[in-house]
Design a protein around this ligand. Sequence first.
Ligand SMILES: [Zn+2]
Length: 227
Amino acid sequence: MLLSDFIELIYPRQCLGCGNQLLKAEKYICLSCLNKMPKTNTHFEHDNNIIRKIAGKSEVLNASACYWFLKNSIVQNLIHNIKYKGFKNAAKEIGIIYGKELLKSDFYNNIDIIIPVPLHISKLRERGYNQSEYFAMGLSLSMGKKLVTNVLYRGYATETQTKKKIYDRWLNVKSNFIVKNSHLINGKHILLVDDVITSGSTLTSCSDTLFSIPETKVTIATIASTF
Ligand SMILES: [Zn+2]
């Protein structure tokens, strides 16, 4: 059993947003917090605050988040619990809820596959799980779309790359993702998934990497987004 599973067993009945005791029917987040968390509803808008973080850099079709991320908020508590306290299944639960919403949007009901942003291997070892993959699992369940985790990987700086000039190294960091098994995404409409979008640089870098494969389309969904 993973440590994170164990933690969920010990503390299964506290709201991850406000810390209050959960009722029997509530899962991870109490009803009061669920109602208070600010939904973005950006999945219905082609031009929105979230895609503007990507637009101009990448030809992403649409980008949306389930909730707005504000400092000292329920959403911030929830994300903290998901990322650092082992509550990975809460990300899956939000994926299940949000997937149902996304299917109501014409931007999202025609996607083919779901790909989570990979964690760096050292972070994955430290944390034991990729929270974005759990969010993607939930989306996959409720949207009925295949989860694909053997295509997008974090790249590694080779020895020759570390000897390059600073500017080249910066470029290398910017495009620090690689595609394997490209036949799996050729011609596919990909739903690229992450936990939080802030500057948009990670998702821009990921989508640019996916666009190197012919005929791919990319749409983005995250649990939360800053304004
Ligand atoms: Zn609560």
